[in-house]
Design a protein around this ligand. Structure first.
Ligand code: ADP
Length: 166
């Protein structure tokens, strides 16, 4: 069975991520979406919330049955080996992503030659899209409906409302 890992922060999942999930799942028998738990980026949503959002989106927006979502911590290459994955999936938006991603992919291959990184180039309609952009718009109450799957739009606004009411 060919297993792939798609790791990331997914803070929150966007339509760009969903596009990669759907395309990458055609490449493997099982795609594990690894949600990075202890992230230096200081995520807005907890790992549990990010996992739940992705599960909700997979269930409501796709008919994929070969996708599993879980939080992980520690070194990605060790996690991938532990899951018997043979590929790591990453998305490339712009040339600015490339240099960093190349370095990580080469390092990971050095650490474990049995695991390769596969890059998906973003679909043009999502090339500008990132979780950070979504958060910058949502914090000011802007319209994020064209950036994230509709089933999580309200949850993103609710998070900011709950932070404000503390
Ligand atoms: P990370 O913090 O690991 O970069 P992200 O959640 O920002 O986590 O992204 C996870 C993966 O999804 C990365 O490979 C990133 O390049 C890719 N990605 C993010 N946004 C898009 C997009 N709009 N189109 C295609 N790939 C994307």
């Amino acid at each position: 069975m060919k297993i792939g890992i798609y790791p990331g922060s997914f803070d929150p999942i966007t339509l760009g991520h969903l596009d990669i999930i759907v395309r990458a799942s055609g490449l493997v028998d099982k795609l594990i979406i690894g949600v990075l738990q202890n992230n230096a980026k200081k995520p807005l949503f907890t790992a549990e919330e990010r996992v739940e959002f992705i599960e909700r989106v997979i269930k409501e927006k796709t008919n994929l049955t070969s996708v599993q979502v879980e939080a992980f911590d520690g070194l990605l290459i060790n996690y991938a080996a532990q899951k018997n994955a043979s590929i790591i999936v990453r998305g490339l938006r712009a040339i600015t992503d490339f240099e960093y991603e190349l370095q990580i992919a080469q390092t990971n291959h050095k650490l474990n030659t049995k695991i390769d990184t596969v890059f998906f180039t973003t679909s043009v309609e999502y090339s500008y899209l990132s979780s950070s952009v979504v958060k910058e718009i949502a914090v000011y109450g802007g319209d994020i409906r064209q950036f994230v799957p509709d089933c999580i739009v309200q949850s993103v606004y609710d998070k900011y409302n709950s932070i404000r009411s503390v």
